[in-house]
Structure formats: structure tokens, C-alpha cells
Design a protein around this ligand. Structure first.
Ligand code: C5P
Length: 234
């Protein structure tokens, strides 16, 4: 069954730990991105692991191969379960990350970020790339697979066609989970049920959970929807 990852994009450790405690019975996976990593660093990852949680470290590395390799090797030693690099960094960068992960002895899944779920075709076009956004997502996912990565981060709108191109166990990790057309920065979105029905392995949800008056109720609803989606009832 697709798993839920709750994004801990909160700048204050007490709020992070309160959320993790509230969701203790329901959620195993947490995303540590630039916001919580800035305030909590590697020790936040280690503390989550000590509590028996699994960690998606989503710092989306995009740098020269040497720097990405050195960084990934050290972070993998902190016990992360999933870690990201940008696929636009190219083959040598992705391979440096993969070699570093292997050298660290970590079983972490190395994921490639395709195109951010906040971007639309209108954001994409001015960049001057001749390939349209959806085709670029396909190209990047196929390259990531060819380069030996364990999966990609993509929009739930793209999970269906990527699942056909890149069968399991290649992982599809989908942020951009919303119940209606987003009014915030997320643009290529779908509901939890649809994301699960399209073949996503992980759904990453942040604000709809941590900004909710009752995060436990929302998470319970998301988990039910994932089950319905996988049964084709979304
Ligand atoms: O708050 P929200 O549900 O939009 O959070 C989505 C999370 O997924 C954020 O932590 C964001 O960094 C992450 N993410 C994303 N798009 C990507 C990769 C990661 O939104 N392509």
C-alpha cells in the first residue's frame, strides 16, 4: 500500500516534536527538508530514527558531482531512508550520489527530483527549454532509472504515465497532494485517493496536515482515501 510521508516544514523544534507525538500511532515516515534541517540539522534526523521513525531527507542536492557525493555519503550515515538529488544535475552528479550512498553502506533509496510540483507550463516555458514540462518529467524519470536511481519525485498528475514507463520497484514519490485546485504554491496536484490509484508509492503531505486544526483527523482521512484509491474507489 502507498505510504504517507508527513513533511515537517516547521521552523520550531517544539512544534515539530508535538506533531510527531500527535501522529505517533498513525505515521511512520517524516520528511525533513530545508526548513527543519536548518533548525535541527543531522541531530533531528538521528532523533527521529531513535524514535523508530523513518526519514525522507529532501534537501534536493544540485551541485558539482564531488560536492554532492561528499554530502550524500555523510548524510546517508545519519540513517536516512530516502534522500534526493535534482535530476537536472545530470548523469555524473547522480552517479556520484549513488556511489557515495553505496560507499556509506546505507540502504537508503536515492531519489531524483524531476520538475517541482509548484511549476506550471507557464513557469517552465520562459526557461527556454524546448521540451514541454510533462515530456521533461518523462525524460528525467527514464534517465534516473537508467542511471540506477531507486525512484523519482513527481507530481501525482504524472504518476500514472510514469508507472507505465517505470514499473515497480522503481519508486514514485508524490508531493502536491490536495483535494482541490491549489490556492497556494503547489500547482500540479491531485487528491490522496487519485495519487494512490495512479500508482504512487509515497504521498508527501505538509501544510494540509500540520496547518489543520486537527492533524490526526486529516491523516486518518488521507489513510482511508489511500486505501480507497488503491481499490479503485477514489
Ligand atoms: O505543504 P505541502 O503539502 O505543499 O508540502 C509538500 C512537500 O513536498 C514540501 O516539503 C516540499 O518541499 C516537497 N516537495 C514538493 N515538490 C517536489 C519535491 C518536494 O512539493 N518536487
Amino acid at each position: 500500500m502507498a505510504k504517507l510521508i508527513v513533511a515537517l516544514d516547521l521552523p520550531h523544534p517544539p512544534a515539530i516534536w508535538q506533531l510527531v507525538e500527535n501522529l505517533a500511532e498513525l505515521v511512520e515516515y517524516y520528511k525533513v527538508g530545508p526548513v527543519p534541517f536548518t533548525v535541527g540539522g543531522v541531530s533531528l534526523v538521528e532523533q527521529l530514527r531513535r524514535k523508530g521513525k523513518r526519514v525522507f531527507l529532501d534537501l534536493k542536492f544540485f551541485d558539482i558531482p564531488h560536492v554532492v557525493g561528499e554530502t550524500v555519503q555523510r548524510l546517508c550515515q545519519s540513517g536516512v531512508d530516502l534522500i534526493t538529488v535534482h535530476l537536472l544535475g545530470g548523469r555524473r552528479m547522480a552517479e556520484a550520489a549513488l556511489e557515495a550512498k553505496i560507499k556509506s553502506g546505507s540502504p537508503a533509496a536515492l531519489l531524483g527530483v524531476t520538475v517541482l510540483t509548484s511549476m506550471t507550463e507557464d513557469d517552465w516555458r520562459p526557461l527556454g527549454v524546448k521540451t514541454d514540462l510533462k515530456q521533461m518529467v518523462k525524460n528525467l524519470a527514464c534517465l534516473g532509472r537508467e542511471w540506477g536511481l531507486d525512484g523519482v519525485v513527481c507530481s501525482p498528475e504524472e504518476a500514472g504515465f510514469l508507472r507505465n514507463l517505470c514499473p515497480s520497484p522503481f519508486l514514485l514519490v508524490c508531493p502536491g497532494i490536495r483535494w482541490s485546485a491549489a490556492t497556494d504554491d503547489q500547482k500540479r496536484v491531485a487528491s490522496p485517493g487519485l495519487a494512490a490509484a495512479q500508482g504512487a508509492d509515497f504521498l508527501v503531505v505538509g501544510r494540509p496536515v500540520y496547518q489543520a486544526p486537527d492533524p490526526v483527523r486529516i491523516v486518518t482521512e488521507i489513510l482511508k482515501e489511500i486505501q480507497r484509491g488503491e481499490k479503485g474507489l477514489a
